[in-house]
Design a protein. Structure first.
Length: 681
């Protein structure tokens, strides 16, 4: 497609996705009662707010605690002490909507804020502006909501795309070949011998051959390059080396990713090696150990920022002391008209002169307050610009790169991690802010999450990484070939099935096991075939589109408890399933603090010593549903370091060729057992 078709196409898809996300949230808020939303973990009821003053960046903090329901059957008598919050999806960094009794959450006047802190008993919300007085009262409701800013920034990136030089647009659209430096960059051993002619000296001497090749080709690329990083291959480490090499050449960098977790990972690694890195984004979204690298933290030491806070404090104090005029006297008069009437000593519309003079005093105070706020804002912006200019690398999520804070900041290069989890319009935000870019990801794992089916069908779920690879091929890609996560028995099948057999286990991990429980725990890989017995048939709850399997859930519980009895720590175990209802069922059966139970999609990018996978599907029709997306299977079977147990009905799963090969591979490895009784060893 040409550039106009490209922009029109993705603009339409972004709008579809935006409307879908808002529709789903609003539909659920309308369809479910507040209590039902709270049971689903998407709301808190009976909350009471208390001001915590100003936080980082001038945010207004309000701490909300849950009111106790009362002790008697009529709930009229409040119990002493705070009530614990129920389990919830609402986490630090989420956008929430606060509403008062008698209103609907989406009614005008109900403010939105960002969760800054969450404990077992309270949730603290940061508001950009001073929140309405009602948020300090009782019986409030807090709902998880949508952040529309991200969609607006994607649309702005698409407009920016149209303004690019023609040659660059052609390369991104596949109509021209990307350029490389004709320098024949060689690869040094990273042994400190010096760079030498055509030789690189790597900061990280432990990079393997494919990682070194990826770095050298990234440096040679004048437009863009892709680092294809299968599970556990160290693509983030490789990205960090690329960043450092480009900084050594005098360039200013941007490092981005779709998720806050991935950005924090980059910040942590860059900070450890002494790079002057600034993390831009809401401090509440950053892990506590890295908050000292955030813009909001660093800016506090700047004199301009300190002056701005003093001015803002004065403005708020003045605002508190101002007595607003009764609106019945203003009668549509503008500030200018009030000042002119008072100056001339005239009245109008039957307003007494002393009321006009009172309003003149109020207008003067209001103008003074506005002036203080304006000066404070200007000083704060100066302080922010100083911090950004001093940084070697700015780190932010794709969306935050499009914020006002970074408007006008120019970068020589951008490195985008976890790029295959970003939609193309999301990736464009950082891509178009730099002269050249490097993307790292794995298109063989799960694609970006897209809620609107039409948008997904029309390729919104295909990443820019994948599209560039399809158009330009291996000349813009290096695949990392050594993985540092999985025992070789666990890695054997995914290597063969998804990576052409090129993915090899490093010597440091290839024979790792659950020592000292190896004899009892058995081989690193096990496929446990439930055989499709009646106890293991899938089922669908009324009103749900998800699936669950009671027999598999009980088997998972038995397995997890056995590992725990051997001495494996809860934090070292993960239970994953493709289906949300199965995850919910297992959570009910197995309540062990520290043990993670998540969907496959929610566990991408993670790893644990022991991983148990419940496939759920078991029916006589051989239907596997969305298990047919083999990228989901790839994620499932590449999370474990030392022990992987797959639980499923082979008679159902084998209707899909890849699962048939998986079962056959387990049998060849002696890692297949049938029946519901588990034999160890």
């Amino acid at each position: 497609m040409d550039e106009n078709e490209y922009v029109r196409h993705f603009t339409e898809l972004v709008e579809l996705e935006r409307e879908e996300e808002m529709r789903l949230h609003e539909e659920e808020m309308q369809r479910l009662s507040g209590r039902e939303r709270e049971e689903k973990g998407r709301a808190f009821l009976r909350m009471r707010g208390k001001s915590q003053g100003l936080g980082l960046g001038g945010k207004h903090l309000v701490k909300f605690r849950k009111q106790n329901a009362g002790g008697g059957p009529t709930h009229t008598q409040a119990l002493p002490g705070p009530a614990a919050l129920p389990e919830s999806e609402i986490e630090v960094g989420d956008l929430v909507l606060v509403s008062r009794p008698g209103t609907k959450p989406w009614d005008e006047g109900n403010p939105t804020g960002t969760v800054a802190e969450k404990t077992a008993y309270s949730v603290t919300v940061a508001f950009d502006d001073f929140p309405p007085g009602f948020v300090f009262r009782k019986d409030l409701r807090i709902d998880l909501f949508v952040n529309d800013i991200t969609f607006q920034r994607m649309l702005e990136a698409l407009k920016r795309f149209k303004r690019l030089p023609k040659r660059r647009k052609e390369k991104l659209l596949g109509k021209a070949t990307p350029d490389f430096e004709e320098v024949g960059v060689g690869v040094g051993g990273g042994d400190g011998e010096g760079k030498g002619e055509g030789k690189l000296e790597f900061l990280n001497p432990r990079l393997n051959k494919s990682q070194q090749e990826a770095v050298s080709k990234c440096l040679a690329a004048r437009d863009f390059f892709l680092i294809h990083g299968p599970p556990g291959t160290g693509k983030t480490i490789t990205c960090v080396e690329v960043v450092v090499q480009l900084l050594d050449r005098g360039y200013k960098g941007l490092a981005a990713a779709d998720s806050n977790v991935a950005v924090d990972n980059l910040v942590e690694r860059l900070d450890k090696i002494g790079v002057r890195v600034v993390r831009v984004g809401h401090p509440a979204r950053v892990i506590p150990s890295l908050r000292r690298r955030t813009l909001d933290y660093l800016v506090q030491d700047e004199p301009e920022y300190q002056q701005s806070q003093e001015l803002r404090k004065r403005a708020f104090e003045l605002k508190e002391s101002v007595k607003f005029p009764e609106m019945r006297w203003r009668r549509g008069l503008s500030d200018e008209e009030i000042i002119q009437l008072a100056t001339e000593g005239r009245t109008t519309r039957g307003i007494p002169l002393h009321k006009i003079e009172e309003m003149q005093g109020w207008v003067g105070q209001k103008q003074e307050i506005d002036s203080l706020f304006s000066e404070a804002r200007e000083l704060e912006e100066q302080a922010v610009r100083k911090i950004i200019q001093k940084a070697e690398v700015v780190c932010a999520t794709n969306s935050t790169v499009g914020s006002e804070i970074l408007k006008g900041v120019k970068f020589d290069f951008a490195v985008i991690d976890e790029a295959t989890q970003s939609t193309e319009p999301s990736a464009l935000i950082p891509v178009l802010r730099a002269k050249r870019f490097v993307m790292a990801g794995d298109h063989k794992q799960l694609p970006p999450t897209v809620l609107n089916e039409d948008a997904a069908r029309r390729n919104l779920s295909k990443s820019l990484f994948e599209r560039l690879l399809e158009m330009h091929g291996d000349k813009i890609r290096v695949m990392l070939e050594v993985q540092y996560r999985m025992n070789e028995e666990i890695a054997a099948f995914p290597s063969r099935e998804f990576y052409g057999g090129r993915l090899k286990a490093d010597e440091s991990v290839k024979r790792r096991s659950l020592a000292p429980w190896e004899a009892e725990a058995g081989s690193p890989f096990l496929f446990l075939d439930t055989g499709g017995g009646e106890k293991f048939k899938e089922r669908t709850r009324r009103g749900s589109t998800s699936k669950q399997n009671q027999g598999e859930a009980e088997l998972v519980k038995e397995l997890a408890e056995r590992f725990l009895s051997l001495g494996v720590k809860p934090e070292e175990i993960a239970i994953i399933s493709p289906y949300e209802d199965q995850v919910a069922l297992i959570r009910k059966l197995l309540k062990v603090e520290g043990l993670e139970i998540k969907t496959v999609d929610g566990f991408q990018g993670r790893e644990k010593e022991v991983v148990l996978v419940s496939f759920v599907r078991s029916n006589e029709r051989g239907e596997v549903g969305f298990l047919r997306d083999l990228r989901r299977l790839n994620v499932s079977i590449t999370r474990a370091k030392r022990k992987l147990v797959l639980i499923g009905d082979s008679s159902t799963l084998e209707s899909e060729g890849c699962y048939r090969r998986l079962v056959a591979s387990a049998k060849e490895q002696g890692a297949y057992k049938k029946g519901e009784i588990i034999f160890w060893g």
